[in-house]
Design a protein around this ligand. Structure first.
Ligand code: HEM
Length: 429
């Protein structure tokens, strides 16, 4: 392979949309596994070479760029060392959750460090119980069943809009007691927030930071209304659990409640449905794997894990170094922004033999799609239930699928999603 450094800019969203990121990561893993991306996400370097913040806020101490960890072992090591790599800056580069200006810092589960993270996570666990997962599974089964019957009657559908969003819709209905229409409305809001750079989802004219802030405010408003309407009802739904909780003997503030509702909504809405799309597309692109799965339904669980690895829907998470750390011959300084690239680690040949092969029988498959360590996805079991419910239902129909139009991808380097996946049902498998 060519050892000259290609120009790698991990903030170039178009590279991710075109699928070129896999080649960049192959190169980085081999030649610069601890990589210094020169540009910040969503910002431009200052003329003096340092410290812009896209929102004009307090400058970052790291010169505006960020570190990118791309090898499996380095990514796992950073996830596992939460004292050296803090989550207080939030999981998204250039998002609203930066440490300096970020109001979510320390309040939202994903943007908190121990000991507060531990306490908050204990509270949040109450809405991810087996009973709740079963309830969500039942709603998802019903919603998916309806959608699949309609698809079969019509001979096809847009899987990305007609079927996949029913997974998070079922989760929201089961966890928050929303109606189907309310769930769809909330999914629209989170979709626009994560897709704030995508003209299919939002009007991309104007300042993108403002657009992002507005879409976050809409989600807050949704939950604030819900909180007002619900009053002090008690149950095992998310709002009841959060309003009834206390940390260190103090009830959560309204902001803390809203931030954590938003964490669940964004974490759940923008991941499982996009993973379902990537999984279905992978099966159509690898018909021999689809046939194998069809003949051996006991492979469903390993197949879903392979879909998760293959999709790596949550491409990276962000951390802030709390002290100087030596890694891969480079010195990461205290205060530097560090990104942990799940999508790269999930294709690391040292961990996954034939990593670029989609293999529904792959075991072991210790993919990092849910992260690892104290912040490992709290919704992983729920997501797994949603995905297996869907693919089991598709399996029972004994039909094949073919892509029947242009596949569109979300303009994002954070969530790797498919926004349109036109399908034609091809009859008996
Ligand atoms: C395929 C589906 C999913 C993927 C790929 C995914 C991915 C992730 C990842 C990578 C993290 C770790 C973040 C970090 O370390 O900073 C995470 C955390 C989280 N996820 Fe998921 N997620 C999925 C489904 C869900 C669902 C269904 C929900 C809720 C309904 C959810 C809610 C959360 C929350 C609240 C956190 C924060 C946990 C913490 O900080 O302790 N996720 N997710």
């Amino acid at each position: 392979m060519d050892t000259r450094s290609p120009v790698v800019d991990l903030t170039d969203v178009d590279v991710f949309v075109d699928g070129g990121h896999h080649a960049s990561f192959v190169w980085l893993r081999e030649h610069e596994p601890v990589y210094r991306n020169p540009l910040p996400d969503g910002g431009k370097p200052l003329p003096d070479g340092g410290k812009p913040l896209p929102d004009g806020g307090k400058p970052l101490p790291d010169g505006g760029g960020f570190w990118a960890l791309t090898r499996y072992d380095d990514v796992v090591a950073a996830y596992s060392d939460h004292t050296a790599f803090s989550s207080l800056g939030g999981a998204v580069l250039g998002g609203s959750f930066r440490s300096d200006a970020d109001t979510a810092s320390g309040r939202m589960l994903v943007a908190s460090d121990p000991p507060r993270h531990r306490m908050l996570r204990k509270v949040m666990h109450q809405v991810f119980t087996p009973a709740v997962v079963d309830r969500v599974g039942a709603v998802v089964t019903r919603l998916v069943d309806e959608a699949v019957r309609r698809m079969l009657a019509d001979g096809g559908c847009d899987f990305a809009t007609d079927i996949a969003p029913r997974l998070p819709a079922g989760a929201l209905m089961g966890m928050l007691g929303l109606t189907y229409d309310e769930a769809c409305h909330l999914i629209g809001l989170t979709r626009r927030m994560i897709g704030y750079r995508d003209s299919v989802l939002v009007d991309t004219a104007g300042d993108e930071r403002l657009r992002l802030a507005e879409s976050q405010a809409d989600i807050f408003e949704f939950f604030a209304d819900l909180l007002r309407d619900r009053g002090s009802t008690r149950g095992d739904d998310l709002l009841s659990v959060l309003t009834g909780a206390s940390l260190n003997g103090r009830p959560l503030t309204e902001d803390e409640i809203l931030y954590n509702c938003m964490n669940v909504a964004v974490g759940g809405n923008e991941t499982s449905s996009y993973t379902a799309c990537a999984g279905l597309l992978a099966l159509t692109e690898h018909p021999e794997q689809a046939r194998l799965l069809a003949g051996r339904p006991e492979l469903l669980d390993t197949a879903v894990n392979e879909m998760l690895r293959w999709a790596s829907t949550n491409a990276y998470v962000q951390r802030i170094a709390t002290r100087d750390v030596e890694l891969g011959g480079r010195t990461i300084r205290a205060g530097d922004v560090v990104t942990l690239w799940n999508v790269s680690a999930n294709r690391d040949e040292d961990q996954f033999p034939n990593a670029h092969r989609f293999d529904v029988t792959r075991t072991p498959n210790r993919h990092l799609s849910y992260g690892v360590g104290i912040h490992r996805c709290i919704g992983a079991t729920l997501a797994h239930t949603e995905l297996t419910t869907l693919f089991r239902r598709l399996h029972t129909e004994k039909v094949g699928f073919a892509v029947a139009g242009r596949v569109s991808r979300l303009r994002s380097n954070f969530i790797l999603g498919i926004t349109s996946l036109p399908l034609r049902v091809t009859g008996e498998r």
